[in-house]
Design a protein around this ligand. Structure first.
Ligand SMILES: CC(C)(COP(=O)(O)OP(=O)(O)OC[C@H]1O[C@@H](n2cnc3c(N)ncnc32)[C@H](O)[C@@H]1OP(=O)(O)O)[C@@H](O)C(=O)NCCC(=O)NCCS
Length: 174
């Protein structure tokens, strides 16, 4: 239990090097996504003590560009545990080393599922809420979980509607 407490969050700092740059000289969005996924993986697997896989990533929005030469710190936490899944929140803060300024670059939420050697979902230790901040994150995660299900339903409706319209327009193709 004490160990779980210590493993609820994870921090990783990475120097943005020139090989991460896109054509405009800023850090490539894909390089940031790769790092975000690594942090979410590390946080979820250390907390659960198992292999994990990424099932979904909520809306990713880059508020500001990240520049080569900056130090980006990824602050991650386990916000919520279901039976086999965990919501991991990741906040990225970029630091200009020379100016000694910091900018919040983005926050995003990963759903990670613990899996056994056969790749099947396995139970994770239940999150124990021990502070008002953890409670706030947990409450947000519950709402986002509902929202994800709602979005899944809506997307399926749209897909079905498109399929029906196509069938009406081109019955010979069905
Ligand atoms: C993760 C995986 C094993 C889950 O399989 P599954 O048959 O959906 O299993 P379940 O229905 O038991 O769901 C397992 C958990 O995933 C969650 N889940 C499933 N689909 C989800 C979705 N679209 N969004 C968020 N969570 C989802 C379920 O809520 C459940 O969580 P809970 O136990 O805490 O309630 C399977 O989807 C998989 O292997 N996906 C590929 C993962 C991967 O390779 N990622 C890297 C991509 S490159």
């Amino acid at each position: 239990m004490e160990q779980q407490e210590q493993y609820k969050s994870l921090r990783m700092t990475v120097l943005m090097t020139p090989n991460m740059a896109n054509f405009s000289g800023n850090v490539h969005g894909g390089a940031m996504l790769n790092l975000l996924d690594q942090v979410a993986y590390a946080c979820a697997s250390r907390y659960s003590g198992s292999y994990v896989v990424t099932v979904s990533v909520d809306q990713v929005f880059f508020h500001r560009p990240v520049h080569v030469g900056e130090l980006v710190t990824f602050l991650s936490s386990v916000n919520y545990t279901g039976r086999t899944s965990m919501e991991i929140g990741v906040r990225a803060v970029s630091e200009n080393i020379r100016l000694r300024t910091e900018r919040h670059v983005m926050t995003c939420y990963f759903t990670m599922v613990a899996v056994n050697d056969a790749g099947m979902p396995m139970p994770v230790p239940q999150l124990q809420i021990t502070s008002p901040t953890e409670q706030r994150r947990y409450n947000g995660a519950v709402l986002r979980r509902q929202l994800r299900r709602e979005v899944d339903r809506r997307i399926e409706d749209i897909r079905q509607q498109g399929f029906n319209e196509m069938q009406r327009a081109h019955p010979e193709e069905s």
